[in-house]
Design a protein around this ligand. Structure first.
Ligand code: ZN
Length: 506
């Protein structure tokens, strides 16, 4: 009879009559799990510290030791008891200490995000349930034809939009679940260059996940073009899509390659750098968002800037930069945003808005954006995104360090390529789960911006007209099914927003 016990984080078996003593000796050796990359069926142990050290196990113990004092003690004990042989057994519940620490850290980060969201998100401003708002009156802001056009677009666009969101995570999870796909990924790149292998495997996988979304992105673009929301040439659209794909794939590939290199170099503490790095990346991306406007072309208009600053002064809000982004040759969609934080904080107005909306309506949207500035909504969003992203990465790393998961994925020593599929799959799945969570938080923040903008702008009629103009021009769904509203709506519906302008404030 044999009994399984954890040894170097791998299940070995011991003869029953030596089990207790054998386990005790391994405990005394500290179960140097973090130092061992893999143990194959022939008993070859590959260490992870520096150069690979290969030694062999057999029924008589470990022989042909070359280095590592820690292993020497273990080997001596194997010799002494002469009964430890490696076997292929299913996951036995062995937990790598770093894996457990990463998982606990992920839970703590998630909890911290939950507490901050509970305290800092203006839940009290979230619009009252539909029944309490005068939705029928709000509907009169739209003609029958406008309502029909908006509904037709919603009917045509929701499915490709949803599939576009789902495609990348689903493909990544399918690759992760398929041993054949993982093996195919493992064959990419030179065997003896783990960094190059990880880089190439991550690049291929990330490009594939983006390509999986292409048919649905294209489908949605066709619908948008049919509804007059996309007017740029197809070549420009494809160029834009390709640029975004290359940027995402390149940044993701670098992140995955660096993360795996850190885990390989320091299996005990490397995960901390990986998790912290994810937080830093999110903060830097948020900081850099305003620069994305440069792709379209930006300009600053002194008159618009003075107008924004005048409203800001009156409201006691300090704005950063005010820029106009040129999108009219791409799409007639109207929008204004606040992005960046600290030195890059920017209020952005679409040129389409300035050419379409009345001055009163522009004032209304500026007031809305100024509430976002005043209440540091970008900072709050960035902090929550950092906590969410670091939590997901911590969970991904916990899985990557788990001996049981590594065995199931067929991870062998320095050939960590299946871990590429694991990291990409978990992170994309995490970002999918984040969609309804961030939408829910966003709706409350947007409802507050609407509520307080009415105070700053002081013109509820212009505000309601603005929301109606945005809805008609952007084809914003007026009455979405509740599930779609809960999952993906980042703002209250146009009808809720219009009804809220005349709702009694408490
Ligand atoms: Zn807003």
């Amino acid at each position: 009879m044999v009994q399984r016990f954890p040894c170097f984080g791998f299940p070995l078996t011991c003869d029953a009559h030596t089990t207790d003593a054998c386990v005790e000796v391994f405990r005394q050796q500290g179960l140097a799990a973090a130092r061992v990359g893999s143990l194959d069926a022939r008993g070859v142990v590959r260490l992870r510290d520096g150069d690979v050290v290969v030694t062999t196990l057999d029924a008589a113990g470990v022989t042909r030791l070359r280095r590592s004092s820690e292993t020497q003690g273990w080997i001596a004990s194997c010799r002494r008891f002469g009964s430890c042989v490696p076997t292929r057994v299913p996951h036995d519940g062995v937990v790598h200490p770093a894996s457990r620490a990463a998982a606990v850290t992920g839970l703590v980060l998630l909890l911290a995000g939950g507490v901050i969201a509970a305290v800092c998100v203006p839940w009290d401003a979230a619009v009252a349930p539909w029944a309490e708002l005068d939705i029928p009156s709000a509907l009169t802001s739209f003609t029958e034809q406008q309502r029909a056009e908006i509904a037709a677009y919603a009917d045509a666009a929701w499915l490709p939009g949803l599939l576009s969101i789902l495609a990348s995570p689903v493909l990544a999870l399918l690759v992760l679940a398929s041993s054949r796909a993982r093996r195919a990924l493992s064959r990419i790149g030179p065997r003896d260059r783990p960094v190059v292998r990880d880089f190439l495997a991550a690049a291929v996988l990330l490009l594939l996940t983006r390509l999986a979304a292409l048919p649905f992105d294209l489908w949605l673009a066709v619908v948008r073009r049919g509804n007059g929301l996309l007017i740029e040439p197809w070549a420009t659209w494809l160029l834009r899509w390709s640029g975004a794909t290359l940027l995402v794939a390149l940044l993701g590939t670098l992140a995955v390659t660096i993360a795996l290199a850190l885990l390989r170099r320091s299996p005990r503490g490397g995960w901390i750098a990986v998790v912290a790095g994810a937080g830093i990346v999110v903060a830097l991306v948020s900081l850099a968002v305003p620069y994305a406007n440069l792709v379209e072309g930006t300009r600053s208009d002194p008159r618009v800037r003075d107008r924004v600053l005048a409203i800001a002064d009156a409201a006691g809000v300090e704005v950063g930069d005010v820029v106009i982004v040129d999108v009219a040759d791409r799409s007639p969609v109207l929008n204004a945003t606040v992005s960046g934080w600290g030195p890059t904080r920017t209020v952005t107005l679409y040129d389409t808005l300035l050419s379409t909306a009345t001055p009163e309506q522009v004032d209304a949207i500026v007031a809305h954006e100024l509430v976002h500035v005043r209440d540091n909504d970008v900072v709050l969003g960035t902090v929550l995104a950092m906590l969410g992203a670091t939590a997901v990465v911590a969970f991904a790393v916990a899985l990557a360090l788990s001996p049981g998961v590594r065995r199931r994925l067929g991870v062998q020593g320095r050939a960590d390529t299946p871990l590429v599929a694991l990291l990409v799959g978990v992170v994309l799945a995490g970002s999918l789960v984040a969609v309804p969570v961030s939408s829910t938080i966003s709706r409350a923040i947007e409802a507050r911006a609407d509520r307080d903008a009415l105070v700053i702008a002081g013109d509820p009629v212009a505000y309601a007209d603005l929301i109606a103009l945005l809805a008609v021009t952007n084809r914003s769904t007026l009455e979405p099914p509740q599930w779609r509203y809960a999952l993906v709506f980042t703002h209250p519906t146009p009808l809720q927003r219009i009804a809220a302008t005349s709702a009694p404030t408490s």
